[in-house]
Ligand binder design. Structure first.
Ligand SMILES: Cc1ncc(COP(=O)(O)O)c(C=O)c1O
Length: 361
């Protein structure tokens, strides 16, 4: 006799039945929490964005939005110094990553990256029926370029800066890889506004490079789901074929366009985050954590040889959410989003208490 539960689901593709699905960071329904678990920006978006949202929340929401988010892409082309036909917009950069897998990866084809990195890549490849091929990052999180090239992925992803380490791969290294990868080189720049350099200009010289950006972090718009991709026109037009038909709402298009019209606001928030990040890195170090230098809005704080789950749980009991990854290479670590100064003070006070408790004081 077959497994009746499995038989009932035979209309679901076996790849999907086998996979576990992505586990997003916890999004609490309400109540007083210090939310340092999903790398959102602790500061609000530009007032111009809020005005644009209010103006877009009008009568014409009965009409479909522009299918290719025209105003947003046109402004992005100006701001980032590329042609209009070198940009596309997605419903968050997650949708763009999905579009890349849909367009490039057939059954059993390889997507290569160094791990640990953004865990959604595994899920997207599994949905697409492809094969994940990974090499480990060393403790220093320097990108293992040769082993990564050796995986011969049809798509190779470099998350830069990388999550959850916060570390950066120099642009020269990425440019050096471009002619050597077998297929497409995806640079996931969700956190690039917190770092010094971007690979966007590489698309002019390398037809196989695409750069993916998010509005969820530096622009404080995680709730609206806006992402951009930069690539050569021929690649962009292929990828457009596999997007959802109206993938950004009217409100998202208006908000993203306005956000690109007030870069000073975003940069001021990035500077505040960087200042808090420096202070918290130092304080965590005093508490005995080793913290990798971060070029993002989060830090990875490790205590080698320990399991940080009890600390994660004790913080949670105090309404402070951080991220703990239950995988062997990250069990000694907490990934902590840079919050406001007050939020980080609350976190540090809780960690000091926990350390004192552990010492029996
Ligand atoms: C490395 C990386 N890429 C992409 C994303 C997804 O961003 P978005 O909100 O634009 O879908 C995240 C979100 O945490 C991320 O960490």
């Amino acid at each position: 006799m077959g497994d009746s539960k499995q038989d009932d689901l035979r209309f679901i593709r076996p790849e999907i039945r086998r996979m576990t699905g992505y586990t997003p960071g916890e999004q609490p329904a309400g109540g007083p929490v210090v939310k340092l678990n999903t790398n959102e920006n602790p500061y609000p978006p530009s007032p111009r964005v809020l005005e644009a949202i209010a103006a877009a929340a009008a009568d014409d929401v009965r009409l479909y939005p522009n299918p290719v988010a025209e105003p947003l892409c046109a402004r992005a082309a100006e701001v980032y110094g590329v042609g209009r036909d070198q940009v596309l917009a997605g419903n968050g950069s997650d949708e763009i990553l999905m579009m890349i897998v849909r367009a490039c990866i057939g059954a059993g084809e390889r997507v290569a990256y160094a791990e640990p990195t953004y865990s959604l890549y595994d899920t997207l490849v599994a949905i697409g029926g492809g094969e994940v091929a990974t090499v480990p990052y060393p403790q220093s999180f320097e990108l293992p370029v040769e082993p990564l090239l050796g995986l011969r992925g049809k798509v190779t992803i470099v998350c830069n800066p990388n999550a959850p380490s916060g570390t950066v791969t120099p642009l020269e290294v990425i440019e050096g890889m471009a002619p050597q990868v077998e297929g497409m080189l995806v640079v996931d720049e969700a956190y690039a506004d917190f770092a010094a350099a971007s690979a966007i200009q590489l698309i002019e010289r390398h037809a196989n490079v695409v750069v993916v950006r998010s509005f969820s972090k530096s622009f404080s718009l995680a709730g609206l789901r806006i992402g951009l991709l930069f690539g050569q026109p021929a690649v962009v037009s292929e990828l457009l074929k596999v997007k959802d038909s109206y993938n950004l709402s009217r409100i998202s298009i208006a908000a993203g366009t306005a956000a690109l019209g007030d870069l000073d606001w975003m940069r001021a928030n990035v500077a505040k985050v960087a200042a808090t990040r420096a202070r918290m890195t130092e304080a965590l170090t005093v508490l005995g954590y080793s913290v990798l230098p971060s070029a993002t809005n989060f830090v990875l704080a490790r205590r080698p040889g320990t399991n940080q789950r009890p600390v994660f749980e004790a913080l949670r009991a105090r309404q402070i959410l951080v991220r703990y990854f239950d995988v062997p290479e990250l069990r000694d670590a907490l990934r902590i989003t840079v919050g406001t100064d007050d939020e980080i003070d609350a976190l540090l006070a809780a960690l000091r208490d926990l350390t004192d408790e552990a010492r029996g004081r």
